[in-house]
Structure formats: C-alpha cells, structure tokens
Write a protein that binds this ligand. Structure first.
Ligand SMILES: [Zn+2]
Length: 424
C-alpha cells in the first residue's frame, strides 16, 4: 500500500514538473510569436518588457505569417494536452489558449485570406461579441438631451455649443491633468497595493487617432500621452487620468508585472498584443475604473470644486453638466452600431460621419477622428463600452459590495490572467 502511495506521489511530482516545464516553454514561444507578428503589424505589440534578445531575434529572423499560423496552432494543440491543477493554472492555460487563438486569427487577417465582419472579428480577436442595438432605441435619450439644452439649432450643434463652455484652455491643460491624475492615484492607492517603484511620465502630443494612450515600459513605469490636437473637455481630465493611469492601464500593467511576471515568473505577461482578448479586460477595467475611483456624483463634485476653478469654468454649470453626462453616457453603444455598419461596409465614410454626429453627438472633427480610429483598429471599439459593462457586471456580482469589497474584486481582476470567457 505504502509503495503504491509513493509511486502515485512520485508520478504526481514528475507530472506537475513536466507540466510546469511545458507551460514555461509554451509561454516563451507565445511571446516570441507575438513579437514575430509585431514585425508584420506595427500596432500589434502594445507593450513588451521581456528579454531584449527575444525582440532582437524576432527582428533579425523574421518569420512568415504562414509559419506564425502553423506555430500558433501547434501551441494550442500542446496546451490542450496539459491539465491544470490549480485555479490559477486553469486561468493561465485558458488565457494562453485564447490569446494564441486571437494571434492566429490576426495573422490570418493579415494574410488577406480571412475577411471577418465586425462580430466575427470581435469573437476572433476579443473572445466576445458586443450586444446589438437598433439606433432608433436611442431616439428617446436624444429627445431628453434636446429638452435639456435650450435653443433652436440642431441637437449636435447645441451639444457642441454646450460643450464649448467646458473646454480646458490650452495653457491650463497640463495643470488640470496633473491635479486630476494625482487625485485618481490617491483614490486608487487607498485600496490597491501599488508597487513602491511605480511611476509615469505625462506627455502632450498631436496627430494621433486616439485621445490618450498608455505606453507601458516595464519596471512599473508608463509613458502616458494625451492628444491635444482637438479641444479637451474638462471631464476628460479625470476620465483619462483614471483610464490611462490609476486604476486603469498603468495600474493594470504594473499589477500584472508585480504579481504574475515577478512573483510567478509568467513570461507571457511581459508582452501585450493589442488585438487580443487582453484588450477587453484592459479597456473595460480602465473605463470601469473611473466609477471605482469616483463613485456616484464624486466626479462631478471634484470637477466642480477643484478643476472648474483652475480652468475658469463657472461652477454653477456643474449640475447641468452632470445631467448632460448621464444622458450622453446612455448613447455609448451608438458608436458600436455605427462601427459595425461601417466596417461591414453597409454604409460609407460620409454616412458613418453623419450617423456619429446624429446619434453619438460628435462634432464633425471628432467623427472624422473616430473614422480614422475605426480604419486603424477595426472592432477594437467594443472593448471600451462592452468591456466596461462586462467588468462592471463581474465586479458587482461579488458577495461583498462594500467599497472595500468591490476594490478587492477589481484588484483581483487586475492581478490575474482573466479574459472575457473566464469572466464568470
Ligand atoms: Zn485604453
């Protein structure tokens, strides 16, 4: 009996040893494949801070898309043979499978052999499909906004006029952003264990298809860029401060690095492929993070008390601005519907711009910027609103719904290899 037990025990050790070795090997091959695909698609590798020689090898020994497709299929097959013995390894294996499957799809898209419509692209790259809405469902909200804003002009004109009262003067942008980000950080730090060395640099740029970007460099450091090409509304200061910084992208990347790369040695997290399921968690948590840091009316209150005075905005407008924001927030899925129609080629560029102006109430220039974004990033847009709703649902389905309880669940999400399909 004892002999049998010893044999079973030894075989368990050797099995988990082999699994451990195998998964490390798959993890390294995955990173190398992401870097290899990055050589075919400049936007693909959003962040990499793993071994420098791997990046160099990808550059020097470029491999074809065909080889990348074959290799990713082989790695997926190898993963199927592994048995996860803990909750974390289960999540890790699912993560690698989903990331590799998205990498495979992205490579196929780049060969031109696979043309995917909006929803098929969402499923292939982001492991989920955003809900469908009819644009007519949003008419009621447009009517309410029309009543909120007096005047005879079209609604989009009234919205643009209204928004102009909340533009941060160019010379005040840096000061407003510094204060906003510091507040986002202070609120996040109350509940999240940030690495001691974490840090970021803020830069203002122009000529980009996005309004803000976080470039994670590793070592808990981010370069955060804010696009000042178009006028920036005051509410964007906290939105971007939370989204790009705390508890958004910078925090997410720093926690993954600290908990998964440094503590566990999981190399796959040293690379972040943009067109992958990880983006849904990244964008979703970054957007939900605004509500985490500023629940209820706290954002409006902070803007009114601290940011309006610096930007020279009349604080008595704060309440109306809040109501306006609540209504415009209800229109967030209109952007997905227009993107779906445009990317499926059901409408042309001008029709898409017209719809974005009518339903998403974007100015002409913002609508054009959105088209640039869609051309560059495809179905990526679902990661913002649908990603936020998925993250919100997961965090708010936790047993403990106190502020501490929600932050705990949120931090768990930011520190573990969870993806849309494992978000239950
Ligand atoms: Zn983002």
């Amino acid at each position: 009996m004892l002999k049998i037990l010893i044999v079973i025990f030894l075989s368990c050790i050797s099995f988990s040893g082999i699994t451990g070795e195998k998964i490390s090997e798959i993890s390294e091959q995955y990173v190398r494949l992401v870097l290899a695909l990055g050589e075919h698609d400049a936007a693909y590798v959003d962040a990499y801070y793993g071994p420098k020689q791997w990046a160099l090898a990808a550059k020097e020994n470029k491999i074809t898309l065909g080889s990348i497709i074959t290799a990713s299929n082989q790695l997926i097959d190898q993963l199927q043979l592994l048995n996860a013995d803990t909750e974390m390894s289960k999540l890790r294996f699912s993560y690698l499978k989903a990331q590799l499957s998205a990498l495979n799809a992205r490579a196929l898209m780049l060969t031109g052999d696979m043309a995917l419509d909006f929803d098929a692209q969402s499923r292939a790259l982001y492991n989920t499909e955003a809900p469908h809405h009819k644009l007519v469902e949003f008419e009621q909200t447009l009517k309410q906004l029309d009543q909120l804003l007096p005047g005879e002009q079209s609604l989009v004109e009234k919205v643009n006029l209204f928004n102009q009262q909340f533009i941060i003067p160019k010379e005040k942008v840096a000061e407003v952003f510094d204060i906003a980000i510091a507040e986002c950080k202070a609120r996040t730090q109350l509940f999240v264990d940030l690495p001691d060395i974490e840090n970021f640099k803020l830069e203002f740029v122009s000529n980009k298809p996005w309004s803000g970007y976080n470039w994670y460099k590793g070592g808990a450091f981010s370069l955060i860029q804010v696009n000042t090409e178009h006028p920036i509304s005051i509410s964007r200061a906290i939105d971007l401060g939370c989204h790009e910084g705390y508890p958004g992208h910078h925090t997410y990347n720093a926690l993954l690095e600290a908990n998964l790369v440094n503590k566990r040695g999981w190399k796959e997290f040293t690379v972040y492929p943009l067109f992958s399921p990880q983006s849904l968690i990244a964008e979703g948590s970054a957007n939900y993070g605004i509500e985490m840091a500023f629940p209820g009316e706290q954002k409006t209150q902070f803007e009114k008390d601290k940011l309006f005075p610096i930007a020279g905005i009349d604080p008595s407008l704060a309440e109306k601005y809040h109501q306006f924001s609540l209504l415009t927030d209800k229109l967030k899925y209109t952007g997905n519907e227009v993107a779906r129609k445009y990317l499926n080629k059901d409408i042309n560029k001008q029709q898409a711009i017209d719809l974005l102006q009518h339903y998403s109430l974007m100015s002409q220039e913002k609508a054009s910027q959105r088209i640039d974004f869609l051309n560059a990033y495809g179905a990526y847009v679902i990661n913002y609103n649908w990603g936020k709703d998925m993250v919100k649902r997961w965090v708010e389905s936790g047993k403990d719904q106190s502020q501490e309880g929600r932050w705990k669940r949120f931090s768990k999400l930011l520190s573990s290899p969870r993806l849309p399909s494992t978000l239950n």
